[in-house]
Design a protein around this ligand. Structure first.
Ligand code: NAD
Length: 480
């Protein structure tokens, strides 16, 4: 069993109180590690270490030095890809092949991308008849990064890379459910020569360590990814000290399938959007809206495809669906499946617990579910479940499809499946979401704006948006 520590000023340290929390492998329900159960004092030490780093050499590091550090981190993650993928899979219950092909490569890409982005960053210049204005771009200072359990290293690196590339010092608070790769990243930053205090990790519960970070007066920015309810608390707390805040929150995303779509492409896309990472991606298309003329054929094909997915041991190379992140989360998912039945839905497949070998019998598994027959306005169809559950709804025409798709308090993403180019543009424009994919899903260019509308969040990440978030501009006006 691993004993993980906080990483403060380049050193591994326990919580000042000595308290710890267990980390459980959700596929086997066995304890695989402990983390410090940190409190306000630990956060204060980490923020102090970050401030010291900014007073020291890191405060004067050149763009080239910061970019080189990010590249070195990327190289080290890449060299340890297999080891990190295994940690991620053990910690989250996700299939090893997902961790190896998506999570860890994306962490490498994030550091490389922001190394390049900051090397090519430009600032403003505004000329007047008798004066010149130029814009200095400065890091915020100490920034707090708070991340969820579904894509632990992927999302932490998505924030840490631009924060470091732009010269901030970081205090990260990873999810207490999945701390392993954040701990490994802290080691990597120190190993490749990151100055002490530049990247600190404080483990522990959100309501204690997370809340202390958000309310710490020295922290100038909070980049948060997590649930909408937590985001509301974080946003309100951060406003007390006027911190800059980025909130990437929940989603209940629609997959819109028109009858002119390429059937096989749309079916494969809907399955991928519905069940990637066992349905635990904020962008998952958990509401599948199908043109009425196609609905029954599509549902039959969907059910057959979902029943063919291999669920089981996340460590096996051919597993497609792993465990949910915890037994508590499985209970939440199961409550929604039961609610779906109460609300009049028919479970066309799945939703029950699979029979698995003894070592996995206590794991947090649930068979992927397809539910039909629900009103698109009911709770099951509009609230975020965050598990392997999709609801399918027929629509009459384009306007009806858009109305259903927009009928939730969320507005993160959608995918549109059609061969009619004009329709693709019309529907994309009408959807009240931050991101639309047409005839694809989760195709990511790291330069594009990433974020949601309504209760899916505030602000955008990605490329220049992330660089802007982690910096502040100062104008200098020079009289000629
Ligand atoms: P969560 O909100 O429970 O926790 C997220 C993080 O916040 C954790 O590190 C947690 O410890 C911390 N936290 C909890 N309470 C806190 C508090 N009072 N103050 C400060 N920090 C606190 O979310 P989760 O269950 O870990 O993740 C799942 C959610 O994340 C889903 O809703 C999903 O849609 C969302 N998500 C969104 C995106 C996106 O980019 N929009 C990406 C991934 C996940």
């Amino acid at each position: 069993m691993d004993v993980l520590h906080n990483h403060i000023a380049g050193l591994d340290v326990p919580a000042a109180s000595g308290a710890t929390m267990d980390v459980v492998n959700p596929a086997t329900n066995s304890v695989i590690a402990t983390i410090p159960d940190s409190g306000e004092g630990d956060v204060h030490s980490a923020v102090g270490a970050a401030s010291d780093a900014l007073q020291g050499s890191w405060g004067h590091a050149t763009v080239a030095e910061r970019a080189d550090l990010c590249d070195a981190i990327a190289d080290c993650i890449e060299a340890r890809l297999d080891e990190l993928a295994e940690l991620e899979s053990l910690d989250t219950g996700k299939p090893i092949r997902t961790a190896r092909s998506i999570d860890i490569p994306r962490a490498v890409a994030n550091f490389r991308f922001f190394a390049g982005a900051v090397r090519h960053q430009q600032t403003g210049f505004h000329e007047m008849a008798d004066a010149l204005n130029y814009t200095l771009r400065r890091p915020l200072g100490v920034v707090g990064l708070i991340t969820p359990w579904n894509l632990p290293l992927y999302l932490l690196s998505w924030k840490a890379a631009p924060a470091l590339a732009t010269g901030n010092a970081v205090v990260a608070k990873p999810s207490e459910l999945t701390p392993m790769t954040a701990a490994a990243l802290a080691q990597i930053v120190t190993e490749v020569g990151g100055p002490p205090g530049v990247f600190n990790v404080v483990h522990g519960a959100g309501a204690a360590a997370g809340a202390a970070l958000v309310s710490h007066p020295t922290v100038r920015g909070i980049s948060f990814t997590g649930g909408t309810q937590t985001g509301r608390i974080v946003g309100a707390a951060a406003a007390q000290s006027f911190k800059k805040v980025s909130l990437e929150l929940g989603g209940k995303n629609a997959t819109l399938v028109f009858d002119d779509a390429d059937f096989d492409l749309a079916l494969a896309g809907a399955v991928r959007a519905g069940f990637t990472n066992t349905g635990q991606v904020c962008l998952c298309g958990s509401r599948i809206l199908v043109e009425a003329s196609l609905h029954d054929r599509f549902v039959d094909a969907l059910v057959a495809r979902v029943e063919g997915m291999r669920l089981g041991d996340p460590q096996r190379e051919d597993t497609e669906l792993g465990a949910l992140v915890s037994r508590a989360h499985r209970e939440k998912v199961e409550r929604y499946i039961a609610l779906g039945v109460e609300e009049g839905g028919q479970i066309r497949t799945g939703g029950d617990r699979p029979k698995l070998p003894d070592d996995l019998a206590q794991g947090a598994f649930v068979r992927p579910a397809v539910i039909t027959g629900l009103a698109p306005t009911c709770r099951t169809a509009t609230e975020e479940i965050f598990g392997p559950v999709v609801t399918v709804h027929p629509f009459e025409d384009e306007a009806h499809a858009v109305q259903i798709a927009n009928g939730t308090r969320y507005g993160l993403s959608a995918s549109v499946w059609t061969t009619d180019l004009a329709r693709a543009h019309r529907v994309s424009a009408a959807l009240d979401v931050g991101m639309v994919w047409v005839n694809t899903w989760l195709k990511r260019d790291l330069r594009v704006p990433f974020g949601g509308t309504k209760e899916s969040g505030v602000g955008r990440e990605g490329g220049a948006y992330s660089l802007a978030f982690f910096t502040q501009d100062k104008n200098v006006c020079v009289q000629l």
